[in-house]
Design a protein around this ligand. Structure first.
Ligand code: URA
Length: 437
């Protein structure tokens, strides 16, 4: 068997055997298959897809490429949440402390930016001193003491995904149902939590363009997780526009601090939906109790204090959480509306791409991120604007400003008619089936 034969086979849409999939995953993980051949096979998978059996085998091979973490020693319910990625999707930063305040453990391994989307780990690293590379012992110590911790994927947890994720990020091979399923489910099954809520996004800022495709991905992941004995559910949520008004690493931390401070915007509503579903999924809460626990965590200020506690426990400077004015941002520029009308389309991926041009995301694996840049939206879908109104603000340090400006001008479309906006969620799916909103 050679990798070339496997690439040729997928090129003509043939089904790969379990052995061939294992050969690829093992060979790429141990370095015998180089990036260029892996990229070629990944592109063939993006273009020609995989059967359910191949997707299951891919997930299984990636899961067994490293260690499987046992969290039973924590002695409580351990929950996890994973988003398929979007623009301004900083929900983990709020969910971890909120859920910890509700009495469940959150031991979360998160990712870096992928394609045009931002990553939780990059956002957390914008807090001075915050360490996302704790040892396993330190990680569990923080989880036990604080109730939540968020770190990057450890070297031993689904290492196949760690390498493939970085390669897919820079080779245009992200948007594929089998590759996303393998990537997410290998990590979720390896990371040892017992209750998992997947947030599967659709729209112009997501890897799945339509709610139907997002539902298909969600159903596959829920099926694999249920088979593995997890309590697992998936929300299909709207990413037709940035989830938060803030897009960029430091900026998204600022957006989360507003939500934990009580601001009830779209980001807040989605965080609430995910938290309540997840708490109900644990079997320890009914919907009303989950909602009350969520509300109390925010209204009492306990969730904000818990975030500061987590930041401190992970080596970060918690004074930034309590005094957000300490964060440094780039120079501000505005983009103005050129006409009167209603915002009827936002190409959310281009807001993410604009952020990458400013230095807030990676174009190559080696790129170093500038945390202080990004975009703040002043409008959302449906907003009424007059000529000269501010549509958004750019924060920059001189890099990529013109490209970002061009992308943003074209990404926010103003039409003549008011529009109806989507609900936060399209559907929820678990082992009992699909519930449409
Ligand atoms: N998030 C992941 O962890 N993997 C993907 O492939 C997409 C989103």
């Amino acid at each position: 068997m050679t990798i070339l034969d496997i690439i040729e086979k997928k090129k003509i849409k043939a089904e790969l055997t379990t052995e061939e999939i294992n050969f690829f995953v093992e060979g790429f993980t141990n370095g015998t298959i180089p990036d260029y051949q892996a990229s070629s096979l990944l592109m063939a998978i993006v273009l020609n897809g995989m059967t359910d059996r191949e997707t299951f085998d891919l997930t299984n091979a990636m899961l067994h490429s490293g260690d499987i973490v046992d969290m039973s020693h924590l002695g409580g319910t351990v929950v996890d949440k994973h988003s398929t990625g979007g623009i301004g999707d900083s929900t983990t930063l709020a969910l971890a402390p909120i859920l910890a305040c509700c009495g469940v453990y959150v031991a979360k391994m998160s990712g870096r930016g992928l394609g045009f989307t931002g990553g939780t780990i990059d956002k957390l690293e914008s807090i001075p001193g915050f360490n996302t590379s704790l040892t396993e012992e330190q990680f569990f110590d923080v989880v036990k003491r604080v109730g939540c911790a968020v770190i990057g994927q450890t070297a031993n947890l689904a290492p196949a995904d760690k390498k493939l994720y970085a390669l897919r990020d820079v080779t245009g091979t992200v948007n594929s149902i089998p590759l996303i399923c393998g990537s997410i489910m290998s990590k979720k099954l390896a990371s040892g939590s017992d209750t998992i809520l997947l947030d599967v996004k659709y729209g112009s800022g997501a890897f799945m363009p339509t709610p139907e495709q997002a539902l298909e991905l969600a159903q596959k992941m829920v099926q694999i997780g249920t088979l593995a004995g997890k309590r697992i559910g998936a929300l299909i949520t709207d990413m037709e526009q940035p989830l938060s008004d803030y897009v960029g690493n430091t900026l998204e931390v600022l957006g989360i601090l507003e939500v934990l401070g009580g601001k009830q915007n779209r980001l807040y509503r989605e965080i609430k939906e995910v938290a309540v579903r997840l708490l109900v999924l644990t079997g320890k809460f009914d919907a009303k109790q989950a909602e009350n626990a969520f509300q109390d965590a925010i209204d009492s200020g306990k969730a904000l204090a818990k975030l500061a506690e987590m930041v401190q426990a992970q080596g970060g400077d918690a004074s930034y959480i309590l005094h957000p004015e300490k964060f440094v941002l780039g120079t501000e520029e505005v983009i103005l509306a050129s006409e009167y009308g209603y915002v009827d389309q936002i190409i959310a991926a281009d807001i993410g791409r604009a952020c990458t041009h400013l230095g807030g995301g990676r174009m190559t694996k080696e790129d170093v991120i500038d945390f202080s840049v990004g975009v703040v939206m002043n409008v959302e879908l449906g907003s009424k604007v007059c000529k000269g109104d501010v549509l958004c603000r750019i924060y920059h340090n001189g890099k990529g400003v013109e490209q970002a400006r061009q992308l943003l001008v074209n990404a926010i479309h103003i039409g003549d008619e008011p529009i109806c906006t989507h609900k936060i969620a399209y559907a929820y799916v678990d082992k009992n089936g699909v519930e449409l909103y």
